[in-house]
Design a protein. Structure first.
Length: 159
């Protein structure tokens, strides 16, 4: 297999080399981080991207990405992933507090207890939110450790 000179070698800083050595011998890191560290070590020893990837058990794309991220961002950028933004919350804090307050009050007339579906419908009907799904309500209740469906509210229980 023919290798290209641009695929060979990676110049590690002395401090980074020592940090990688300590990291790989400590054994208290995720497998992903350890594999990325090993790729960097092999590349610094003159291995090709293809050879380092095969030796460590990662794809060539991963090895190239680790090398590029080390060159652009340094050791931490090469070893660890950037935080992912995730989806924005569907309810604002104010909306969530209004729903929780509603759930802590007695259920609507003619109902014995709150259900997740009833909570979602009532939140929309009362104008707290324009639209809310059952899963969003379920997660909100879970975060606040509320289980309103367990407590039956009847006139006899309220007295």
């Amino acid at each position: 297999m023919r290798t290209h000179a641009r695929n060979r070698g990676l110049k590690l800083k002395q401090a980074d080399r020592a940090a990688l050595e300590a990291l790989t011998h400590r054994g208290r890191e995720s497998v992903r981080v350890l594999r990325r560290a090993r790729v960097l070590q092999l590349l610094s020893e003159g291995w090709t991207v293809v050879g380092a990837a095969e030796a460590v058990g990662v794809t060539q794309t991963t090895a190239r990405t680790v090398r590029r991220r080390y060159q652009q961002e340094g050791l931490v950028g090469a070893l660890h992933e950037r935080p992912r933004p995730g989806a924005a919350r569907l309810l604002t804090e104010r909306q969530a507090s209004e729903v929780v307050t509603m759930v802590c009050a007695p259920p609507p007339e003619g109902r014995g207890r709150w259900t997740v579906r009833l909570i979602a419908q009532e939140a929309v009907r009362r104008g707290f939110v324009a639209k809310v799904g059952r899963e969003t309500v379920r997660e909100l209740l879970l975060r606040h450790d509320l289980k309103p469906w367990r407590e039956k509210t009847t006139p006899a229980n309220m007295a």
